[in-house]
Design a protein around this ligand. Structure first.
Ligand SMILES: Nc1ncnc2c1ncn2[C@@H]1O[C@H](COP(=O)(O)OP(=O)(O)OP(=O)(O)O)[C@@H](O)[C@H]1O
Length: 236
């Protein structure tokens, strides 16, 4: 799909023709005792603003490792990650954390909400950590995700579908350039999965680049592009 016409890249702070996210030749090794696992073996990819990329692949193929390196929660042993043209990899952890808080939204299968905060407070916490201008108001974001009436609810008081949308609100709270989702729909029923994917598509139209690691056929069908990881290598 040609996303360039529909997307205002300036809205997400990405130069025209610049990928929102780029990974060049990522390598990641794990050593446990005598055993060495090559989890990523030279993975390169680029995701345009407004694009939804699905990363498929069997269990153990390296999907979570790739997403962690793209998010800067893990450091690749080799290669580079760029978000909106800024290098995320090979920096001090505090700098990676600062860049991540400003530029990246994270969505995981298990809830990314703090249990002792309400939905609105969870969103506001992420905004404060971003320490930068955030254009959408908390009430507007929750309204867009159909959570206007649940702003003061605690996570334990939400239904599964509401919890999924609240997790998405937290992932979008910092107006990210890139949203990274690791099996975000793994525990959802089909209707809620469709709901979440439609919401992700709507956000992508606003210019966010989305990367989803998932086994789900519905995710692959909803994506603009699917790449498959096999033993730490990508194939189209
Ligand atoms: N911290 C770690 N220490 C040692 N090995 C690890 C570590 N993290 C991941 N691995 C190994 O790296 C490989 C890739 O794991 P990863 O979790 O990225 O795969 P995955 O495709 O996300 O799998 P799944 O779909 O089951 O979540 C596996 O062989 C895994 O055992």
């Amino acid at each position: 799909m040609d996303t360039s016409a529909a997307v205002d890249t300036s809205a997400v702070g990405v130069e025209p023709d610049q990928p929102a996210l780029a990974a060049r030749s990522l390598y990641r090794f794990f050593r446990a005792g005598d055993e060495e696992t090559l989890a990523l073996r030279g993975v390169s990819l680029a995701v345009a603003p407004g694009e939804i990329l699905a990363v498929a692949g069997p269990s153990g193929s390296g999907k979570s490792t790739l997403l962690a390196c793209l998010a800067g929660t893990d450091e690749p042993d080799g290669g580079t990650v760029l978000v909106a043209g800024q290098r995320l990899s090979h920096r001090l952890e505090a700098e990676r954390t600062r860049l991540r808080a400003r530029l990246i939204g994270l969505l995981f299968q298990s809830s990314n909400l703090l249990a002792h905060l309400t939905v609105a407070q969870n969103v506001q916490l992420v905004r404060r950590l971003a320490r930068g201008p955030v254009s959408t108001r908390t009430e507007d974001l929750l309204g867009q995700l159909g959570l206007g009436r649940r702003a003061r609810a605690y996570p334990a008081q939400l239904s599964g579908g509401e919890l999924a949308r609240a997790g998405l609100a937290v992932a979008l709270a910092n107006d990210p350039v890139v949203l990274l989702a690791d099996e975000p729909t793994g525990e959802l029923d089909l209707a809620t999965e469709r709901d979440v994917l439609a919401l992700l598509r709507a956000r992508a139209r606003g210019g966010i680049a989305v990367v989803i690691a998932s086994h789900s056929p519905a995710v692959a069908a909803a994506a603009d592009r699917v790449l498959t990881l096999t033993d730490g290598r990508l194939a189209p």
